[in-house]
Structure formats: structure tokens, C-alpha cells
Design a protein around this ligand. Structure first.
Ligand code: ZN
Length: 120
């Protein structure tokens, strides 16, 4: 049969050659995944920093308008009705990382993220 002869000839890949190709692809994927994860983490950190700056701007606008700072103890209360949302900020931002939780500190009038590296 012709097709059988084709596989026994000199042309085509040997098992070792295929294994080398698969190994090289494996190495490339092994390099690409950490690079991708790092880029994603950096993008999330930048988005979170932008959120915190926006919140800071809203708090400062609140202060400039009312002459006072929001007198609340938690982030949930800060973004609750009639405090910041919807007068000073349209929606309450969340950390893009599922592990990130925002905390409002009344003493410093600032919002911080629980993920290290997210605060500017
Ligand atoms: Zn965050």
C-alpha cells in the first residue's frame, strides 16, 4: 500500500523530532503564562489606583461643597445614598481584583484598597 510506504520513507517527522517540537512549544507557553499574569495584575493595580483617585476627588469635592468631610466609618456608608453617590460620584467603584476590599478611614478622609500595591 502506498500510504504505508510513505511513513516508512525518509520524509516526515520522527518521534524524537515531534517530542522536541512539543517541548519547545511547552517552554514558550511556560514563559507566556507568567508574563500574561503579570500584565493582568499590573492593569488591575492601575485601574484600582484610578478608582482611589476618583474617590479622593469626590471626597475633596464633597469637602469643597459642604465645608465638611463625610462623617462615616465604613466605605459602604461612604458610598451610600446622599453621601457621595450620586452627587459627587456616579457609581461606587470596586477594586478590579476580586480580593480587593475598599476601606474608608474617617480620620484621614481617605479610601484604601486591601491589596498591597494598589494604593498610590
Ligand atoms: Zn485594589
Amino acid at each position: 500500500m502506498n500510504s504505508v510506504r510513505k511513513f516508512k520513507g525518509e520524509k516526515g517527522f520522527t518521534l524524537v523530532e515531534l517530542m522536541v517540537v512539543i517541548l519547545i512549544i511547552g517552554i514558550l507557553v511556560g514563559i507566556a503564562i507568567p508574563v500574561y499574569n503579570q500584565a493582568q495584575a499590573k492593569a488591575k493595580a492601575n485601574a484600582c489606583k484610578a478608582n482611589l483617585r476618583t474617590l479622593d476627588g469626590a471626597i475633596q469635592t464633597y469637602n469643597a461643597t459642604t465645608g465638611d468631610y463625610p462623617d462615616v466609618e465604613t466605605y459602604t456608608d461612604l458610598v451610600a445614598n446622599d453621601m457621595l453617590v450620586p452627587d459627587y460620584i456616579k457609581i461606587a467603584p470596586k477594586c478590579p481584583d476580586s480580593a480587593g476590599i475598599y476601606t474608608y478611614t474617617n480620620a484621614t478622609h481617605s479610601v484604601t484598597c486591601s491589596v498591597s500595591g494598589h494604593n498610590y
